[in-house]
Write a protein that binds this ligand. Structure first.
Ligand code: FAD
Length: 277
């Protein structure tokens, strides 16, 4: 087992076939001995029950961390979910505001921001849950300026967050600058970089435009050269990500959180190259 915290993120499969696939992905990833597996939660969406089912299944073998977003939800719904997770032995939560699904016409919910959700979890469940929150090395797309973004992050920590996972990024300096700003503000929780292996150019650009992660120009140009060559693109992506992860770990990152997109191979190749197993 490595001293670093390695964790892997999945989305909840919608079908029985997807569930079986995820089971086999987890079997492969076990070689990494991840500290936990997290499962995303669609704000106001239809996949919320699938998140619960997936978490309960994972928790039977290894620590599972449900993502829990508060947008569009109520105190009662969130409390019920927390209690259900407690009953199943879950003791880790990734607490988020979430995003409104496009075309969402429902209520915004009782909590505007993740700090209020963290406060609520602490008020209702004490220290039962290890609470992770989101951090943004390249800043959240809705933020007005860097200073404000860090101040709001500090509020989540003050509300009781134990650690943070970052949005993905391809520029190590953005992460190190975030650590510096947090240290200057007296924020001392572990901030684990979120790592998005590169598997598909169009998908990466689409995701990045939505979440405000920058794919540097040099990287976009290099990736475009692999049109119709998925294997070549992924091999190049592994080189880039191994290099990035190496820089992050050498610079003091406390671990790595992999956005696996329910695939094992790229995460395994990167971590093997890093000597993590
Ligand atoms: P917040 O911390 O509330 O911040 C949102 C914005 O509001 C920021 O601009 C912040 O600066 C500002 N802000 C914060 N507090 C205040 C305040 N008190 N007053 C005014 N402004 C404030 N989304 C999902 O729907 N499901 C998931 O499973 C999911 N998993 C994620 C996992 C990780 C590791 C990350 C990094 C993101 C994830 N997201 C997920 C996306 C996330 O929900 C969005 O980025 C969302 O827009 C913000 O969530 P947050 O928890 O960071 O919100």
């Amino acid at each position: 087992m490595t001293a670093l915290s390695v964790s892997c993120e999945f989305f909840p499969p919608r079908s029985e076939k997807g569930m079986l696939n995820l089971h086999s992905v987890r079997q492969k990833l076990q070689v990494l001995k991840p500290e936990y597996y997290s499962v995303t939660f669609g704000a106001g969406g239809s996949t919320q029950e699938k998140t619960f089912e997936t978490i309960v299944q994972i928790q039977q073998q290894v620590d599972a961390a449900p993502h829990l977003s508060c947008i569009g939800s109520t105190r009662d719904n969130i409390l019920k979910l927390l209690q259900d997770y407690q009953k199943h032995g879950v003791h880790r939560i990734v607490a988020l505001r979430g995003d409104q699904p496009s075309g969402w016409a429902g209520p915004l919910g009782e909590f505007n921001h993740a700090n209020k959700l963290v406060e609520f979890i602490r008020a209702e469940t004490g220290s039962h849950f290890h609470i992770e929150v989101a951090a943004y090395p390249e800043f959240h797309p809705e933020s007005r300026n860097a200073k404000e973004d860090i101040n709001y992050f500090k509020q989540k920590v003050a509300a009781g967050a134990n650690s943070a996972i970052t949005q993905y990024f391809y520029n190590a300096d953005a992460y190190f600058r975030l650590l510096d700003s947090c240290a200057a503000q007296g924020i001392d929780i572990p901030i684990v970089p979120g790592i998005m292996p590169i598997s598909n150019y169009e998908q990466l650009i689409r995701f990045s435009n939505v979440c405000g992660a920058e794919v540097p120009r040099w990287l976009q140009w290099r990736l475009r050269d692999f049109e119709n060559d998925v294997a070549g693109l992924q091999a190049f992506g592994v080189d880039v990500m191994t290099d990035l992860c190496g820089q992050l770990l050498a610079g003091g990152a406390p671990g790595l959180h992999f956005y696996t997109l329910n695939q094992a191979e790229l995460t395994l190749t990167i971590t093997e190259r890093l000597g993590l197993y």
